[in-house]
Design a protein around this ligand. Structure first.
Ligand code: SAM
Length: 268
């Protein structure tokens, strides 16, 4: 079987099926098999693992995922890839579903996979225009996924694994942990994007506290405002909530820690 993730095979497929990369779908195809191996070995995938993939493209990562894991369910928005899958991705354990990932009932998909597999992971080279919405959707759907390993823009990866504070990052801190795995040069894609990429891993240990998320969104709504002023927009007894939670009302959300927001949530 030919590896799809090489310059020669990728060019062959793109030419044979007349597939120009569509910018609107964030299409940059991986052409380095070493990067795919690095992703797979960093996650410890085996036949007891089921994988959900967003955006298989022409199948560079999908092919390896199908070979190494027990089952792969890939969601692809672009139906032009149909003949590529027919000719290059002939795996019994692979199910490619055409549609927008953002519209899928991901909790149901994971629940079904859980009946048969020990771990369920989301592994993908994400379309960069919807990186954050995809991660947010998976985390907030409480879909019982164990791990998210995704390639995203390096700059975003650095922010997410650095000191960035926002509702999503606070939720990740509450639910598990996030790690920067490695950098990926922009030169290992066709077409090459403008910036380098990176692979991050999010380990999920507990469900999303959706009440906490609502509070976080209120608290971070206007970053330059104090916590009191943000809370006041939504809760008449904002000062009382802060007093109970023992938080100074002049602080801004960025100065507070996860435990503070959990305390606020407790008193709302
Ligand atoms: N996995 C392939 C690879 O690594 O070479 C392609 C990755 S490419 C960066 C992103 C893929 O996501 C494209 O195939 C694109 O069509 C697909 N895509 C974009 N938006 C999507 C969406 N909302 N739902 C599902 N797939 C989407």
């Amino acid at each position: 079987m030919k590896d799809i993730a090489t310059i020669a095979t990728t060019k062959e497929i793109l030419e044979k099926y007349q597939l120009g990369a569509l910018k609107k779908f964030g299409q940059n195809f991986l052409i380095d098999i070493n990067i795919i191996d690095k992703i797979i070995t960093s996650v410890d995938i085996n036949k007891k693992t089921a994988v959900i993939e967003v955006g298989p493209g022409i199948g560079a990562l999908t092919q390896r995922l199908a070979l190494q894991s027990g089952k792969v369910i890939s969601f692809e928005i672009d139906e032009r890839f149909k003949p590529v899958y027919r000719d290059y991705l002939n795996f019994d354990n692979l199910n490619i579903i055409f549609g927008d990932f953002m519209e899928q009932d991901i909790a149901k998909v994971v629940l079904d996979l859980r009946e048969e597999f020990d771990q369920v992971y989301l592994i993908a080279n994400l379309p960069y225009y919807i990186t954050t919405p995809i991660i947010e959707k998976v985390l907030l759907s409480n879909c019982k996924i164990d791990k998210i390993v995704v390639m995203i823009q390096k700059e975003v990866a650095l922010k997410m694994t650095g000191s960035l504070k926002n509702p999503l990052m606070m939720m990740i801190e509450d639910m598990g942990s996030i790690d920067y795995l490695f950098t990926v040069s922009k030169n290992v894609f066709i077409p090459a994007p403008h910036v380098d990429s990176a692979v991050i891993a999010i380990d999920i240990k507990k469900e999303a506290d959706l009440k906490l998320y609502e509070v976080l969104k209120v608290c971070f709504k206007q970053r330059r405002k104090t916590i009191l002023n943000n809370l006041k927009q939504h809760y008449d007894n904002a000062q009382e909530i802060l007093d109970n939670a023992k938080i100074e009302s002049s602080k801004r959300s960025e100065e507070l820690a996860l435990e503070d927001f959990k305390n606020i949530t407790k008193f709302i």
